[in-house]
Design a protein around this ligand. Structure first.
Ligand code: IMP
Ligand code: MG
Length: 199
């Protein structure tokens, strides 16, 4: 794995494809256990575009019937979150009265998954929403929760847990990354490994 250039910035190797797929294996195993007795096939909701490679890898490892639905939302411009979530497309099928597993590429501030959980349940009538994510930045999530007053500055890991995705494969520091679906201004999604911004 070598350094790559995306637009004007350089990124260095961080997580290999083998490590990524081992993380997907772990998450799939947990999801399979939780959903094995499900009578109605749940919806696997791919959050476009970033979660496409993760969703594809995950669904190949799921051994219960499920329906694939996609939705496009946006919160990031360049390397920073805008703080508000826009629904750009979908969902491509109704989620009313259905159990939903959101598939995300990464949970950063957590603004996107919090907004999605609310929209899917309160506006669209889903009966249950869980989140599966390839990556999570717990540091950024914590900062945002403190900033919004949802937890205190002294919050323990247990307090933060309530806001964490139900299933997450890999935990990373507060760095900006690309690859395996993740982009920097729409480029860099095609790399099979994950790269981190280098100064
Ligand atoms: P959040 O709403 O702050 O949790 O951000 C979620 C969305 O921001 C993800 O679905 C990604 O599309 C994008 N995002 C967050 N961190 C990164 C990153 O390091 N690289 C690329 N995209 C990111
Ligand atoms: Mg994105």
């Amino acid at each position: 794995m070598e350094k790559i250039k995306v637009h004007d910035k350089y990124f260095k190797p961080m997580i290999s494809n083998e490590e990524i797929l081992a993380g997907v294996d772990r998450v799939a195993e947990k999801i399979n256990l939780d959903y094995k007795n499900e009578e109605n096939p749940p919806i696997l909701l791919c959050i476009l575009n970033g979660a496409l490679p993760f969703t594809a890898a995950l669904m190949q490892r799921l051994d219960f019937d499920h329906e694939l639905v996609s939705m496009k939302v946006s919160s990031y411009v360049g390397t920073h979150t805008t703080g508000s979530v826009q629904n750009l497309m979908g969902p491509t099928a109704s989620v009313k009265d259905r159990r939903v597993i959101i598939c995300e590429d990464i949970v950063d501030t957590g603004i996107t998954i919090r907004a999605l959980r609310k929209i899917l349940v309160e506006e669209m009538g889903a009966i249950d929403v869980r989140v599966a994510t390839l990556l999570v930045k717990p540091g950024k999530l914590r900062d945002q929760l403190v900033k919004e007053g949802l937890v205190g500055a002294e919050a323990t890991e247990k307090d933060i847990d309530k806001f964490m995705p139900e299933y997450n494969a890999i935990t990373i520091p507060n760095d900006f990354i690309v690859g395996f679906g993740l982009d920097y201004d729409e480029l860099g999604r095609n790399y099979k490994d994950i790269y981190v911004l280098s100064e």
